[in-house]
Design a protein around this ligand. Structure first.
Ligand SMILES: Nc1ncnc2c1ncn2[C@@H]1O[C@H](COP(=O)(O)OP(=O)(O)O)[C@@H](O)[C@H]1O
Ligand SMILES: [Mg+2]
Length: 223
């Protein structure tokens, strides 16, 4: 059995796509047969509510709300239940949850919109990741479709901060909102869409990074 791996999705800015990325990556992982758990640490419980909307037609991934007090117990239970991957969704703003999630994680995913406020947020989460020596990856989200300028600017900013830039960029597509309303993800609602292809690329990249990170392949079960 390979080791359970933990991703924390974090940035102190609201609306960066933390919850969207959590839902999409966890669904992609569940679809290749991984045993996936979302731990929702945001008291707004957006991921938890999505899990409830979803349950009608697809019970996976499992979503549980947790606080930093229960995080260690939740992770032990997940390990006992032979979970392959835990993705922790974190709240915006200053919180005790985000440092706890970063501390527990093998890797930090930092989604951000191409805006100056978000760049400031990235610098902050990168400092936190560095204090714990955790690898972190920036994911540009909400880029305007067909705007190369935003992508090249974001790549330059991240290079200045010293945060690796995920080669898969997520553009602004309304299918993400439509899917969320139905308790789904873009790749489930419209598998042929560009939004779905971008999520597939991001998952492929993160999956490969996770193998390198722990030097132990995630358990892969035929779906
Ligand atoms: N790439 C995208 N295209 C379109 N809408 C998006 C995209 N990413 C996020 N959204 C929407 O933007 C809003 C904020 O995203 P969310 O994931 O809740 O951010 P956070 O969890 O960081 O606060 C949500 O309504 C979400 O559906
Ligand atoms: Mg959120």
């Amino acid at each position: 059995m390979s080791e359970m791996q933990i991703l924390a999705v974090a940035i102190n800015k609201g609306g960066a796509g933390k919850t969207m990325v959590t839902k999409c990556l966890s669904t992609a992982a569940a679809h290749i047969g991984l045993n996936v758990l979302i731990l929702d640490m945001d008291t707004q419980q957006n991921a938890t509510q999505w899990g409830r909307r979803r349950k009608d037609f697809n019970p996976l991934p499992i979503v549980r709300f947790t606080t930093e007090n229960d995080l260690a117990d939740e992770l032990s239970r997940a390990e006992e239940a032979e979970c392959d991957l835990v993705i922790i969704d974190t709240p915006p703003g200053r919180s005790t949850e985000t440092p706890a999630a970063v501390e527990a994680a093998d890797m930090i995913i930092v989604p951000f919109a191409p805006e100056v406020d978000h760049y400031e947020g990235i610098a902050r989460i990168v400092r936190l990741a560095r204090t714990t020596a955790k690898p972190a990856i920036g994911v540009l989200n909400l880029a305007e479709p067909n705007s190369q300028w935003e992508v090249s600017t974001a790549r330059g900013v991240l290079s200045g901060i010293g945060l690796p830039f995920a080669p898969a960029v997520l553009h602004r597509f309304k299918i993400h909102k439509e899917a969320s309303l139905k308790g789904m993800t873009a790749q489930e609602l419209e598998p042929e869409s560009r939004a779905a292809a971008e999520i597939a690329d991001l998952w492929k990249f993160i999956y490969a990074e996770l193998q390198v990170c722990n030097n132990a392949p995630l358990q892969k079960v035929a779906p």
